[in-house]
Design a protein around this ligand. Structure first.
Ligand SMILES: *Cc1c(COP(=O)(O)O)cnc(C)c1O
Length: 427
């Protein structure tokens, strides 16, 4: 088997795949926080660019990618599909392991895919700037980069634990022209509530979202941008799975199991949905495993119900797996996975039995990262390492059962800004 599987230009997707076109039963709609009625695109218009709202609402199976965005994606897409021969050999498993590596773009994670689309819509509609939150900094970096590409002002509220443990990410955002604040801050009413109690409050994505939403709504010509959870974001990430499908096909392989880490669910959905299509419409029996941290187990321990997307309760009500909007996760190193909720589409598909969720603890995650560095020579993001922990488990299970299966996972980003975390865990 070749190590790198075809980065052919024709594998760059021309459209996104909309899984809702293939669902018999749709997820429950977002509700207006005041009226408790299903929200309309107009309700969301003060918050998001209309083009982005519509990306989550168009019923078509395939939604074209604008040429301006494809041209920017062509800088780093199609990403490599790598055959993990080093890991396979080390585990001495009959399983073949493949991974999409989303760490090779300028910002180092899959988040750039939706960042480019959201910045494109904003710029096209004459929006001056976008405001957002970031956990570990990957989303803030991606949006800063995309904002710079499309000439937008970007303002970012960064969760305090990450702000302090990953100062490099702040500098990346600033180099891309963004303004970055530590959250909770004293710049917004939502932030002050926590800041006044404790100026060293570790923060959470839920709180940072409240701050960003408030800033966007109060600002002139500013809209809000979200890096995960929403149907439109998941849609944008399907370029990952669509490429993988073509690349695997070229190699004569098809996955028996697809694995991804879940924070809000977007990179997992991105690699999974184009294969889930074959389960929903083509009789395939592929398994899908969503991996989350034990410290923030929204799918394995959370409840499926309507909840707010932020901590203050300013967003629409979302039907999703949630630990409750007030949940403050322990400051684990995978900052991108510290979110109290889960994408409604991922929650829905898990509820229908198409997706299995598992939770792993941080020690196991860093052990997996260590094995991966040793065998594949690539430092994965702590978030991606959650997926790797379960990949190793599945490969060892296949060995025990002497089964030759194909495992596909998403290595959603690199861990080159996570040295403090690795320093603590790897030795
Ligand atoms: C943000 C992030 C995640 C988690 O977010 P999802 O929306 O669940 O994909 C996973 N991996 C990396 C590298 C991230 O930056």
């Amino acid at each position: 088997m070749k190590r790198f599987l075809c980065r052919k230009e024709e594998f760059l997707s021309k459209s996104f795949y909309n899984i809702k076109a293939d669902l018999k039963e749709q997820p429950k709609p977002f509700l207006h926080p005041g009226t408790k009625q299903p929200i309309t695109p107009d309700d969301l218009a003060p918050l998001f660019p209309m083009g982005f709202i519509m990306d989550g609402g168009i019923p078509d199976r395939y939604i074209p990618i604008p040429e301006e965005v494809r041209e920017k994606m062509a800088l780093y897409r199609p990403t490599s599909l790598i055959y993990a021969s080093g890991l396979k050999k080390y585990l001495d498993t009959p399983a073949d392991i493949f991974y999409k590596y989303e760490g090779t773009n300028p910002m180092g994670s899959h988040k750039i895919n939706t960042a480019l689309m959201q910045a494109y819509h904003a710029a096209k509609e004459g929006v001056r700037g976008l405001c957002t939150e970031t956990g570990a900094g990957q989303w803030g970096s991606a949006l800063s980069y995309a904002g710079q590409m499309f000439g937008l002002d970007i303002e970012v509220f960064m969760v305090r634990t990450s702000f302090r443990s990953k100062p490099g990410r702040k500098i990346v955002m600033e180099m891309n022209g963004a303004r970055v604040h530590e959250s909770p801050s004293n710049l917004t009413d939502s932030g002050k509530k926590y800041y006044s109690e404790d100026p060293n409050h570790p923060g959470s994505l839920g709180i940072a979202i409240s701050e960003a939403v408030e800033t966007a709504v109060k600002g002139k010509g500013i809209k809000y941008s979200l890096g995960s959870v929403l149907d439109g974001v998941l849609l944008h990430q399907t370029v990952i799975g669509q490429e993988a499908l073509l690349q695997l096909n070229d190699a004569g392989a098809y996955p028996d199991v697809v694995i991804g880490a879940v924070g809000g669910g977007s990179n997992f959905a991105g690699i999974s949905f184009p294969f889930l299509k074959d389960v929903l419409t083509g009789g395939k029996k592929t398994r899908f495993i969503a991996v989350e941290p034990e410290a923030c187990p929204s799918m394995t321990k959370g409840e499926l119900k309507y909840d707010f997307g932020d901590s203050i309760g300013s967003t629409p009500l979302i039907y999703m797996h949630t630990l409750g909007k007030d949940f403050i996760p322990a400051p684990i190193h995978a900052g991108g996975l510290r979110y109290h909720g889960m994408a409604p589409l991922v929650s829905h598909l898990a509820n229908l039995g198409f997706i299995n969720a598992v939770a792993v603890n941080e020690t196991k995650v860093f052990d997996a990262a260590k094995t991966f560095v040793k065998t594949e020579g690539l430092i994965p993001a702590p978030e991606s390492s959650h997926a790797i922990a379960i990949v190793i488990e599945e490969a060892l299970k296949a060995k025990k059962e002497n089964k030759k299966i194909n495992i596909l996972f998403n290595c959603s980003g690199h861990g080159m800004f996570d040295m403090a975390a690795f320093d603590k865990h790897i030795k």
